[in-house]
Design a protein around this ligand. Structure first.
Ligand code: FE2
Length: 268
């Protein structure tokens, strides 16, 4: 749940009142109880509708570890998942855990969470009237889109590393680079798998409209993924992407991101 904002050219250096490392320690204050019992029957019905619709839409158009994660985490169990149930499976497997938050968290807080293997998920779900339009990521985007891949050991480690890179980038007044890297891999990345183009990013995996669009539209650019290109490619936060970065494989994305040091990120 990266704060979605207009991606723009670097802003002038700002004076910081505290180091990113210190500011990141405040992330726990953004966590709220999920209050799973307060989800209404209608909320669970909306989850079930979204889940069934998205699984059918995706089919095998998503990288296979995503589908493995759905099974491992038993996300097909009816109703909104409770974070404790998810964590009971996820944490022993990869060390990650989910926590509930009431909405978007600031980028620095978000990256600090990732760096500690914590993924924030919204404590709310869209209404039936808003199935395809969201003002802020809800628990369907967060849990269905993001959490399955966090059951994959190497991808989970890559995501933790992105958190560290994010804190370093913000500390160097280059937070936009971390946002772009995250956006073009974790949210809207594509990857080849056995010569087929597949969805990698959570923003695509959880989107009814953009999932097929990203793979099939003739109106977009698809460029080879590299961390250097990701760091230098702006994105749209409020519309379908005009371009997608395509990795030659999931393993290639993971390897490239893990090899990126904070120093190199700041220099590229
Ligand atoms: Fe997301």
């Amino acid at each position: 749940m990266l704060q979605e904002k207009i991606d723009k050219a670097p802003s002038p250096p700002k004076v910081r009142s505290s180091s990113p490392a210190n500011a990141g320690k405040d992330w726990a204050s953004y966590v709220v109880p999920q209050c799973w019992y307060s989800f209404a029957e209608e909320d669970h019905a909306v989850w079930d509708l979204l889940f069934a619709r998205q699984v059918e839409l995706l089919g095998t158009r998503v990288v296979s570890p995503f589908l493995d994660g759905i099974d491992l985490l038993r996300l097909s169990h009816p109703g909104v998942p409770d974070v404790e149930g998810l964590n009971a499976i996820l944490t022993p497997r990869t060390g990650w855990r989910t926590v509930a938050v009431p909405g978007l968290v600031p980028d620095q807080i978000f990256f600090a969470m990732l760096a500690e293997r914590v993924f924030p998920v919204g404590n709310f779900i869209r209404t039936r009237e808003q199935l395809d339009y969201l003002e802020a990521p809800d628990c369907f985007h967060d849990m269905f889109g993001h959490i399955p891949m966090l059951a994959h050991h190497d991808y989970a480690e890559m995501t933790r590393h992105v958190g560290e890179l994010g804190l370093a980038a913000i500390g160097g007044d280059q937070g936009y680079k971390a946002a772009r890297l995250y956006w073009h891999s974790v949210e809207f990345g594509l990857a080849r798998e056995k010569d087929e183009l597949k969805i990698l990013g959570a923003g695509l995996a959880s989107s009814f409209g953009e999932a097929h669009f990203s793979l099939e539209s003739d109106a977009v650019e698809r460029l080879p993924f590299s961390v250097e290109r990701a760091l230098n490619t702006p994105y749209k936060h409020d519309a379908f992407q005009p371009r997608y970065l395509v990795s030659e494989s999931l393993e290639s994305t993971i390897g490239q991101v893990l090899a990126l040091t904070p120093e190199r990120l700041l220099a590229l």
